[in-house]
Design a protein around this ligand. Structure first.
Ligand code: PMP
Length: 461
């Protein structure tokens, strides 16, 4: 198989040589590999701030922070220096029976900055694993507490929590879930407070609050068999950057307390400043029973995740070994020292620099630049929460009838933007922006100008 002739006219280019070697041996995530017969693969030689630079020297603005992981730029010198220092001390050590300074300091720091009331940190090594940990811990808590009938979970329609079987069970994105449905658990899906679905003239708050009635009804009926409700606070990211009002979370916390079920906040995508506050739960003034973190946790350098939970959850597992109550879950790379060190440095940047204040300026600039797109005849909505903005394309603006999925309009936007040096990776027909926080206003202007051009390319017949 050869790389795309469309993009690699010069078949001797370093890019095409690396592409050919890659496509001979690799299988990429979330990819129909056949697409690479016509879609270019972009081998990246190095990163520099918001820029990715390929082997032929072409530069791409990483408008999606490499799957929402990068916060302070590629090859960030400060995180890099911390890692170099850590490399000469300790790369990794078994985390059962042994411990190390970066993991301890990181847990202390996470508990310091997280919503109040969280008291314990359990590490894993990717977002899906964190979700598995939270689901298993919640289930196991109820079992340890003499309530073994609680075996199910409540999740929101349009939610996404990862690709492993437990996380996929509570995910409601058919593209990822449908094929594997026979392998998955049976959660109770409740209609999302997604404000894209609000009535004409209805504000976000009213719409989101109205949706609490569905949650109330579901919990009234099922609480006796439910361990936890799991949600993505404020933004359902992989489901299409669908957004809702913080008042829903406040109400949801109240309902979970009323009906005696846990609340799992999956802030894997929205944590660490993406939503405008360090954690999205802050905007609702709530503390979940489990807070799942990953992605931006290490500034985008290394895989790591953490589940923060309460002293009362911890206490339900704390007993003589023979009681059989221990949480015997493990991953070999739990609490990896390099990853913890990168995370510590990432949190130090939040402490030392006015990151959230700077982001407010950037977010306002992004909003102003995107505003004119709302009038576009194929744009159903432009929406934004903090440093996450999205433009939803439709065939018919008045009725919001989408384009046929097989037309892959978003893919056209992706391909066009690549030729203009911007990495967008639309979710279906939703073009979105989640840039690293080190982006400048000029770079936002470029990103939005290229996106606008790419939208024209996408909607053209
Ligand atoms: N939860 C949410 C909200 C996510 O956005 C993601 C990743 N997109 C995950 C869980 C899964 O994380 P990972 O890809 O690291 O397994």
């Amino acid at each position: 198989m050869t790389a795309s002739p469309m993009f690699d006219a010069n078949l001797d280019s370093a890019n095409s040589l690396w592409s050919a070697r890659d496509l001979a041996v690799l299988w990429h995530p979330c990819t129909q590999m056949h697409d690479h017969e016509r879609i270019p693969l972009t081998p990246i030689a190095r990163g520099d701030g918001v820029w990715l630079i390929d082997h032929d020297g072409r530069r791409y603005l990483d408008a999606i922070s490499s799957w929402w992981t990068n916060l302070f730029g590629h090859a960030n010198p400060r995180i890099g220096a911390a890692l170099k220092d850590q490399l000469d001390r300790l790369e990794h050590v078994i985390f059962a029976g042994f411990s190390h300074e970066p993991a301890i300091r990181l847990a202390e720091e996470l508990l310091r900055v997280a919503p109040p009331g969280l008291a314990r940190v359990f590490y894993a090594d990717n977002g899906s694993s964190a979700v598995e940990v939270a689901l298993k811990m919640s289930f196991h808590y109820w079992r340890n507490s003499g309530q073994p009938a609680k075996t199910r979970f409540v999740a929101l329609t349009g939610g996404y929590h990862g690709e492993t079987l437990g996380a996929l069970s509570v995910t409601d994105v058919p593209l990822y879930r449908a094929t594997y449905a026979p392998l998955l658990g049976d959660p109770i899906f409740v209609v999302s407070p997604d404000c894209h679905m609000r009535e004409d003239g209805e504000d976000w708050r009213t719409h989101s609050l109205r949706r609490l009635a569905d949650m109330h009804a579901a919990l009234e009926r099922h609480a006796h068999e439910v361990c936890a409700v799991i949600v993505e606070p404020l933004v359902q990211c992989a489901g299409g950057m669908r957004m809702y009002h913080a008042a829903y979370l406040t109400g949801l916390r109240r309902l979970c307390d009323e009906f005696g079920v846990h609340l799992i906040a999956d802030e894997i995508a929205v944590g660490f400043g993406r939503s405008g506050t360090l954690f999205a739960c802050e905007q609702a003034g709530i503390t979940p029973d489990f807070l799942c973190l990953s992605k931006g946790l290490t500034g985008g350098f290394l895989p790591l995740s953490a589940v923060l939970t309460t002293a009362s959850v911890y206490a339900a597992f704390y007993a003589e070994y023979t009681s059989g109550k221990a949480f015997l879950h493990s991953h070999s790379y739990t609490g990896n020292a390099l990853a913890c060190r990168a995370a510590l440095e990432t949190l130090a940047i939040f402490r030392d620099e006015p990151v959230l204040e700077r982001n407010r300026v950037l977010a306002a600039h992004l909003a102003a630049k995107l505003a004119p797109l709302a009038a576009h005849p194929h744009v159903a909505e432009v929406r934004q929460t903090g440093m996450i903005a999205a433009v939803e394309l439709v065939r018919d603006k008045a009725t919001r009838v989408p384009f046929a999925a097989a037309e892959r309009r978003g893919l056209r936007a992706y391909l066009h933007a690549l030729t203009r040096g911007v990495l967008l990776r639309p979710l279906g027909d939703v073009i979105y922006f989640m840039p690293p926080y080190v982006i400048t206003c000029d770079e936002i202007d470029l990103m939005v100008a290229v996106a606008a051009e790419s939208i024209e390319a996408a909607v053209a017949n």
